[in-house]
Design a protein around this ligand. Structure first.
Ligand code: URA
Length: 428
C-alpha cells in the first residue's frame, strides 16, 4: 500500500522548526501505531519535537490522533456527573486512594484509571494490590457496573485506550524524549479524554520528587493540559503542588494504604488531608456540585463506607491485615535543630531500592517495603532521635537505600525556615 506521506519529510519539517499539518499528524500517529513508521524514525521525530516544540494546534491534533487510535469510553448512561483526577506523580502520593471514594460520597462518579509505578514514583495499582484479594483488572462492563453501584472505581486502563500512546511512551522512555512538554501533555490528556470523564482535575507536581523540577516548566505543562482538556470539551482545572518533600509520612505500598485509611477515618497527616480535601472540592465544583463539605465526609465515616464498598467490589478485604516487611532499620537525626529539608527524590529512590518500586516493567514490588517518616520539614529534632524507618523483606538492600539518603536530610542549627506552601497555584 502506498503511504500518504513520507516519514523522512515529516522529520525534516520538525527538525527545521516547521509546523506539521493536521493530515501529517493524523498519518504519523496512525502509521506508527500500525508499524508503517519505524521506531528509529519516530524516535528522531520525538527528539525534534523535544528540541523545537509544537504549537497549540499541533498538540491538540496530536492528542486527538492518539485518542482516535483506540476506543473512547462513554459514561453518559450512568446519569450522573463524572470527574477524575490525574497526578503527574510524586513520592508518597497516595491521594487517589482517599479521594476517589470521598468524591463519590456526593453523587459524582469517579472512573479512576491508574497505572503502576516505574522509577522512584509509586503507582496507585501497586499500592492497592497490597490489599489481600484486590484486583486491578476490570472489564469495561464491570467498571460501569461498579460506577453505577458504588460510584468510584480505581483500576488498570484497558489496552483499548489510546494504544498509540502505549507504543510511543515505551519508545520515549528509552530515547531520552519523555521530558518534552507537548509529548507529556498529549500522552496524559489522550488517555484522560478517551476515558470519557466529564471533568478533570490535574495535580501537577513541582520539585525534586516530580517530573517537573521547576515551577515555570510545571506551569507550562499545566497550561498546555488545561487547554487540551478545554478544547476537547472536558472541564479541566490544574493545581500546581509542592513535591520537594514526600507527601504524608509514608512512601511505599501497604504503608501508604494504611495512611490513606487513617485519612478516611478522619485522621492522617495534615498535608495529605489538605490536598485530598482541596482536590475533592475542585472535582466537585468542576462536576457542578455545590455546597459539599468533603472534610466533614472524612470525619463522619461516609468516605470510609464508600472505600470499603469500592475495595470489596474488586475482591479485596478492606479489614484484612496488610503485609508487613520482615526487616527494618532506623535512620537517626545527626544533630539537634530544625529539620529544614527532607528531599522527596532521595526518599523516593531509597523506597524504590528497598523494593517498593520496580526498575523494569516486568519486576514485582514488595508490598511491605518502603519508608516511614517520623518528622517532616519544620519539626524540631534532637541528635539520635529516629527520623525514618526503612522497611524491606530483603535486608541486603539497606546499604543502597542509605546511600540514596546521604544528602536527603538538612538540619539547621537555628531558626526555622518557613515551610513551603503545599498548594502553589491554580490554573483554569
Ligand atoms: N505520564 C504519562 O502518562 N505520559 C507521559 O508522557 C508522562 C507521564
Amino acid at each position: 500500500m502506498s503511504e500518504q506521506f513520507d516519514a523522512v519529510d515529516i522529520i525534516r519539517t520538525k527538525r527545521d522548526r516547521g509546523t506539521l499539518s493536521p493530515a501529517q499528524i493524523d498519518w504519523t500517529i496512525d502509521a506508527y501505531t500500525r508499524g508503517a513508521i519505524a521506531d528509529e524514525q519516530m524516535a528522531a521525530l520525538n527528539m525534534a519535537i523535544l528540541l523545537n516544540g509544537m504549537d497549540r494546534t499541533e498538540i491538540s491534533r496530536w492528542t486527538a490522533a492518539m485518542i482516535a487510535s483506540g476506543e473512547r469510553m462513554d459514561f453518559s448512561v450512568l446519569g450522573k456527573p463524572t470527574s477524575d483526577k490525574h497526578s503527574t506523580g510524586g513520592v508518597g502520593d497516595k491521594i487517589t486512594l482517599p479521594l476517589a471514594p470521598l468524591v463519590a460520597v456526593f453523587g459524582v462518579a469517579v472512573p479512576q484509571l491508574s497505572g503502576r509505578g516505574l522509577g522512584h514514583t509509586g503507582g496507585t495499582l501497586d499500592k492497592l494490590e497490597s490489599i489481600p484479594g484486590w484486583r486491578a483488572q476490570l472489564s469495561n462492563d464491570e467498571m460501569m457496573a461498579q460506577l453505577a453501584d458504588v460510584g468510584a472505581v480505581i483500576c488498570a486502563a484497558g489496552a483499548g485506550l489510546a494504544p498509540a500512546d502505549k507504543k510511543l511512551y515505551a519508545l520515549r522512555d528509552v530515547t531520552g524524549t519523555v521530558e518534552a512538554i507537548p509529548l507529556i501533555a498529549s500522552s496524559i490528556m489522550s488517555k484522560k479524554i478517551a476515558e470519557g470523564t466529564g471533568s478533570l482535575v490535574l495535580d501537577v507536581k513541582v520539585g525534586s520528587g516530580a517530573f517537573m523540577k521547576d515551577e515555570a516548566q510545571a506551569r507550562e505543562l499545566a497550561e498546555t493540559m488545561v487547554a487540551l482538556g478545554t478544547d476537547a470539551g472536558v472541564k479541566t482545572v490544574a493545581l500546581l503542588t509542592n513535591m520537594s518533600t514526600p507527601l504524608g509520612l509514608t512512601a511505599g505500598n501497604a504503608i501508604e494504604v494504611e495512611e490513606s485509611v487513617e485519612v478516611l477515618a478522619g485522621g492522617g497527616p495534615q498535608d495529605v488531608v489538605e490536598l485530598t480535601v482541596r482536590l475533592a472540592e475542585e472535582m466537585l465544583t468542576a462536576a457542578g456540585v455545590r455546597d459539599a463539605d468533603p472534610a466533614q465526609a472524612l470525619r463522619d465515616g461516609r468516605a470510609m463506607d464508600v472505600w470499603n464498598r469500592m475495595i470489596e467490589a474488586q475482591g479485596g478485604d478492606p479489614r484484612a491485615a496488610l503485609p508487613v516487611a520482615r526487616e527494618s532499620e532506623t535512620v537517626y537525626a545527626p544533630a539537634d535543630g530544625v529539620l529544614v529539608g527532607l528531599d522527596a527524590l532521595a526518599v523516593g529512590v531509597a523506597a524504590w531500592r528497598l523494593g517498593a518500586g520496580r526498575a523494569r516493567k516486568e519486576d514485582t514490588v514488595q508490598a511491605g517495603a518502603g519508608i516511614r517518616l517520623h518528622a517532616k520539614p519544620g519539626a524540631m529534632v534532637r541528635a539520635g532521635e529516629p527520623l525514618m524507618t526503612l522497611l524491606t523483606d530483603t535486608p541486603e538492600k539497606f546499604d543502597r537505600a542509605r546511600e540514596a539518603l546521604e544528602t536527603a536530610v538538612v538540619i539547621a542549627p537555628d531558626g526555622a525556615r518557613p515551610a513551603q506552601q503545599l498548594i502553589i497555584d491554580r490554573i483554569a
